[in-house]
Design a protein around this ligand. Structure first.
Ligand SMILES: Cc1ncc(COP(=O)(O)O)c(C=O)c1O
Length: 388
């Protein structure tokens, strides 16, 4: 018997339109700083409903420029989530600011506004909210807290293109600086790439200069009037972005359909252990949207039951041809963050529990119903065999 095709964790949707626009770039001979970048920026800003958007080379570059634009630096504290991809805290470290973590909401896994409030000190300059796993952060509440404390806010929407918040506004459209990322597993991919949504024209000009080695638009190639970086997106990447944006609604709908199917299959899963629905120690599926909030499905991640050996489950799934991944280590426990700031295990129990138990499953727009059935059956088998 031949082994079934492995099911990958993620797979981008690429087709004729991507090919055509990339070919257009190649034939134009203009590979950087050209018309595709401008088109991508304009159509991206229009899509999310922001006045402007600045394309950069990655989500991390977007975050770094965002931190600099807000002026966070040495001696400044910024309240942020320990349950995030490491770049959302690293961008603070790049500029010498201190990430001050607070615990997250057990359902959305985003910053709990009450915990954010508690974490504020007289050195706090801002908050960096992450829309984790595509679920919108509690931005209206965080903005109220920020307004009271005179704090600026940066939205890390790198996982959340297409999400809608509790006031019905799209991620990145509230007027705060907001960042997006286009790595190959994201809702929209350019391979590598990022974007900063920005409302203030002066800030937009500063961001465009800093991504391009600190050049002003009217300067010649080697004049620089500020510190800058090479955070440019290439024309080939921008061409991919334009094509991906044209089909984004369809890809988001396909992801939502796949998530709904997973939800159905996994809710009915018999893995040989008692677990009542809503049992926080059982198999926990992603929380339903708290209307009008709407998740943009990025990954499909479940929390394995508290008594299951998550890492053994991942190995077991791998042997059954199902790629799965632990998602994600808590940032406050990583050596480069824990050591200088003295963070310890036990400080953020909700984030730590999520980090210990979350398992990301194969998830992409073209995943089929039979693949989802196979993954679900494999999880039942893997859970049966891997209790601590
Ligand atoms: C929440 C979050 N922030 C930042 C990033 C960084 O984006 P990039 O990998 O494009 O630098 C990611 C990417 O995975 C992310 O998920």
């Amino acid at each position: 018997m031949t082994a079934p095709e492995p099911i990958p964790l993620a797979r981008p949707e690429l087709g004729g339109r991507e090919e055509a626009l990339v070919l257009e770039v190649l034939r134009s001979g203009r590979l950087s700083m050209g018309p595709m970048q401008e088109r991508f920026e304009r159509s991206f800003a229009d899509y999310i409903g922001a006045p402007d958007a600045v394309a950069v080379s990655s989500g991390t570059a977007a975050l770094h420029l965002g931190v600099r634009a807000l002026g966070w630096g040495p001696g400044d504290e910024v309240v942020t989530s320990p349950f995030s991809f490491v770049a959302s805290a690293n961008c603070l470290l790049y500029e010498g600011a201190k990430p001050v973590f607070c615990d997250v909401d057990p359902v959305t896994l985003n910053i709990d506004p009450a915990a954010a409030w508690e974490a504020i000190t007289e050195d706090t300059k801002g908050m960096l909210a992450v829309d984790i796993l595509g679920y919108p952060a509690a931005l209206p509440e965080l903005e109220r807290i920020g307004a009271e404390g005179g704090l600026s806010l940066l939205e890390d929407a790198c996982e959340a293109l297409g999400a809608v918040d509790s006031e019905g506004r799209a991620a990145g459209s509230r007027g705060n600086l907001a960042t997006f990322a286009f790595y190959a597993n994201k809702q929209l991919t350019t391979g590598e790439g990022g974007m900063i949504a920005v409302a203030d024209p002066e800030l937009a000009a500063a961001l465009r200069s800093e991504r391009n080695q600190g050049r002003a638009p009217d300067m010649s190639w080697v004049d620089h009037d500020r510190l800058g970086f090479n955070y440019r997106l290439s024309e080939v990447q921008a061409a991919l972005g334009i094509a991906q944006l044209e089909r984004l609604d369809g890809m988001l709908a396909a992801r939502a359909r796949a998530a709904a199917l997973y939800g159905e299959r996994l809710a009915a899963l018999d893995y040989g252990a008692p677990a009542g629905e809503g049992d926080p120690d059982g198999l926990v599926l992603p929380g339903a949207d708290r209307e009008p909030e709407r998740r943009s499905w990025f990954v499909y991640a479940v929390r394995v039951p508290a008594g299951a050996d998550r890492d053994a489950v991942i190995d077991d799934l791998g042997q059954r041809g199902v790629q799965a991944k632990a998602y994600m280590p808590c940032i406050h426990l990583m050596d480069h963050v824990r050591e200088p700031f003295g963070y310890q295990r036990g400080q953020f129990p909700v984030a730590e529990d999520a980090s210990d138990r979350l398992l990301a499953l194969p998830f992409f727009p073209a995943i089929t119903e039979s693949q989802i059935d196979r993954v679900s059956e494999a999880i039942a088998e893997a859970l049966r065999g891997n209790w601590l």
